[in-house]
Design a binder for this molecule. Structure first.
Ligand code: SF4
Length: 146
């Protein structure tokens, strides 16, 4: 049977973004990109999520909240680094308040900010090539930040 994940409920955390990534993330939910038709949605509570999507370089003040949100998402779960800052190669990488993004992610969506079209394609490609099986997800544990 072919691997595929049909839906992904995403809890987004702005971990110190400049808001550029948020604008493009919002565009994904717009009429033009309408990511909900592909089973993707942004949810308000981590209790309703099976994915954590992080934007920004993970500032000092956001490190603990980020770990708490990650801990509140039930397993199996996945983490997504959205944008160069979250991946660890953004313009705020060297900032004294920055942890430099996530160390490890299931999916990295590059760009500063990522364009909605390629971002949606990356999400759909990842969903199409993974299953809900445990091996598709990182081992449980705290979010690792640089
Ligand atoms: S990747 Fe670019 S757009 Fe996104 S938070 Fe960093 S600087 Fe802003």
């Amino acid at each position: 049977m072919a691997k595929s994940i049909k839906t992904l409920q995403i809890r987004h955390v702005d971990a110190g973004s400049c808001n550029g990534c948020e604008q493009e993330l919002t565009a994904l939910t717009s009429r033009d990109y309408d990511m909900q038709r592909y089973g993707l949605d942004i949810v308000a509570s981590p209790r309703h999520a099976d994915a954590l999507l992080v934007t920004g370089p993970v500032t000092d003040t956001m490190a603990l909240p980020l770990e708490k949100v990650w801990g509140a998402i039930a397993a199996p779960k996945v983490r997504i680094a959205f944008g160069d800052c979250a991946i660890g190669c953004g313009v705020f990488q060297q900032s004294y308040t920055s942890h430099g993004g996530l160390i490890d992610s299931d999916l990295e969506i590059p760009g500063c900010p990522p364009e909605p079209g390629p971002a949606l394609a990356a999400l759909r490609d990842w969903m199409g090539s993974h299953s809900r099986g445990k091996s598709a997800y990182l081992e449980l544990g705290p979010v690792e930040i640089n």
